[in-house]
Ligand binder design. Structure first.
Ligand code: G4P
Length: 529
């Protein structure tokens, strides 16, 4: 019991959110480096080859040299057991990216200091806010010319609507990057180039009022720093752990992942400020992570890891207790007792079979096709189901046409299974039956994945006809009369497979217009399963 508590207590499970190229991979590498999980920074992404070794499960991945699904990295550091959930970006951005955030207890937001808040960060941030999880900001690439730090904070506050509290403060940037000032210890850590992190940097620490600091950074920078500190102390939000925990205040750190500057201090502060696994809401109330009963929910299903079979791996986040290989658990949605076989875990990119895991950990189990996203598994006597995972708004839509109409059955089976895994969402015209299928995806790559998989796994050829819609809204009012809804000319009514009505729009402003025209109408960007 004491061990169980200790194991869970030391777990920190978080996701890193960012826009592509902000430095998420580089930062992750450096974290792993500190944890001793890898010897040389640079082997996480490792472009083409290394990546294929990790998830060589889909032809399309190989062809494009990208990772279609997200993974989890586990390593130990300073007495903590850290689980980093990867949120894929670039073209492989998908609903999985959002769903991964449902499994995290906190998020690290990486921002490129010369770019500020970018589109993908904004989208992922919304999901973090919905979950009220703590968000920590790392402003990266300070070794390059970056925007004014005050402007950056302003932008975060205005664009994302979260208050910020800088924990450290940069002195210059780019060629003139001198280091950071720690507001807590009132010391300056000076920057030295680490040759892209391959060499251990010589980080020197100086008291703010020391002569040595003046010699080190020069009078101009020292004066500027003093002015800025004064401004900061007067203007920025005070650190308040309670607000951080609620996701209303983001502690901000400046650094440079590539040169390994400020990364370890960030990791240390972050680990202290973030929480061990949080209780999760179920239909029977909150489930205590330290409970002896095992419980978990499925947040991702990855298909066809083994090309020869139509195998799937269901990734689940353990929410309470301990998992032991081969243990019997109750699958709530399937109303069935079952044995979890072949549990896997990713350890710095290597897939291995796990013998035990604890609340906070992510495991992947073999799925013969019985699990759906959001399903609950537990050993508790009193059964419960965790709160469902929302359906996230697709941004691209296409009409699917089947080329050989004789293969209707395979087509419906294939597309339904792929939708069940959560890679795509399927809809129908509001007034017709199954003949016309509209597919919605979060990232356009999923269209290719769909086409490829239907051909290769189900032997069905399809043609996709892109539709101009970019905005989807779930209708919250159950009693709304859709036939008399007064919409805009670019609005389209559709329904999901359960018959729930939804609206599609080409333009964002049409959403507001439709709300204005229909009193009492409530539209949502997230659907409930
Ligand atoms: P991502 O996972 O968020 O997409 O970003 P990634 O870490 O791959 O970083 C994107 C690019 O930015 C990489 O350069 C990386 O080396 C660089 N970078 C990351 N952190 C820093 C930093 O603190 N300072 C500077 N100056 N650059 C940084 P690349 O040329 O695209 O790739 P590579 O050939 O170096 O791997």
């Amino acid at each position: 019991m004491a061990d169980l508590h200790k194991e869970i207590e030391k777990r920190r499970t978080f996701a890193i959110i960012s826009h592509p190229d902000a430095g998420k991979t580089t930062l992750t590498e450096k974290f792993l480096l500190y944890g001793g999980a890898i010897n040389l920074a640079g082997s996480v992404k490792g472009k083409a080859t290394a990546r294929h070794a990790v998830s060589d499960w889909m032809e399309i991945e190989k062809q494009r040299g990208i990772s279609v699904t997200s993974s989890v990295l586990q390593f130990e550091y300073d007495g903590f057991c850290i689980n980093i959930l990867d949120t894929p970006g670039h073209q492989d951005f998908s609903e999985d990216t959002y769903r991964t955030l449902m499994a995290a207890d906190s998020a690290v937001m990486v921002i490129d200091g010369s770019k500020g808040v970018e589109a993908q960060t904004r989208k992922l941030f919304k999901v973090c806010v919905m979950r009220h999880i703590p968000i920590f900001t790392f402003i990266n690439k300070m070794d390059r010319d970056s925007n004014d730090p005050f402007d950056l904070l302003d932008e975060i506050e205005k664009e994302l609507g979260i208050a910020t509290c800088p924990i450290n403060w940069p002195i210059g940037s780019g060629k003139n990057f001198k280091g950071v000032y720690d507001r807590n210890t009132k010391k300056v850590m000076t920057f030295s180039d680490t040759l892209k992190g391959t060499k251990e940097g010589e980080e020197k620490e100086f008291a703010l009022d020391s002569e040595e600091l003046l010699t080190e950074i020069g009078e101009d920078y020292k004066e500027q720093l003093e002015e800025e500190i004064e401004l900061l102390d007067g203007a920025s939000a005070e650190f308040d752990m309670d607000l951080v925990s609620k996701g209303q205040l983001s502690p901000v750190f400046f650094g440079s992942a590539l040169t390994n500057f400020g990364v370890e201090t960030f990791l240390q502060h972050f680990l202290q400020m973030t929480t061990s696994p949080l209780p999760r809401v179920s239909d029977k109330g909150e489930i205590d992570p330290f409970s002896e009963d095992f419980s978990a929910f499925v947040f991702k299903i990855q298909a066809n890891m083994n090309k020869a079979h139509r195998d799937r791996i269901a990734f689940m986040r353990i929410c309470s207790g301990q998992f032991k290989a081969g243990m019997e658990v109750f699958h709530v949605q399937g109303n069935k007792q079952l044995k979890l076989s072949q549990p896997q875990q990713l350890m710095a990119q290597e897939r291995k079979i796990v013998e035990e895991a604890y609340a906070g950990d992510i495991i992947g189990v073999f799925d013969p096709g019985i699990f759906s996203i959001g399903d609950t598994l537990t050993t508790a006597k009193e059964k419960f189901a965790f709160e469902g995972i929302p359906t996230f708004a697709p941004e691209h839509f296409a009409r699917v046409r089947q080329l050989d109409t004789m293969k209707r059955k395979q087509f419906v089976k294939g597309i339904s299974q792929i939708a069940q895994e959560g890679a795509i969402q399927i809809f129908q015209e509001y007034n017709t039956g199954m003949e016309e299928i509209i597919v919605g995806v979060v990232g356009v790559l999923q269209f290719d994945v769909l086409k490829f998989r239907l051909e290769n796994e189900y032997n069905v050829e399809i043609r996709l006809e892109n539709l101009p819609y970019e905005h989807i809204r779930w209708i919250e009012n159950k009693d709304i009369d859709l036939d008399h809804l007064s919409g805009t000319s670019d609005m389209k009514k559709i329904k999901d497979l359960k018959g729930n009505p939804l609206l599609l729009f080409v333009n964002a402003w049409s959403v507001g217009m439709t709300l204005d025209r229909n009193e009492g109408l409530v539209l949502s960007e997230f659907g409930t399963n």
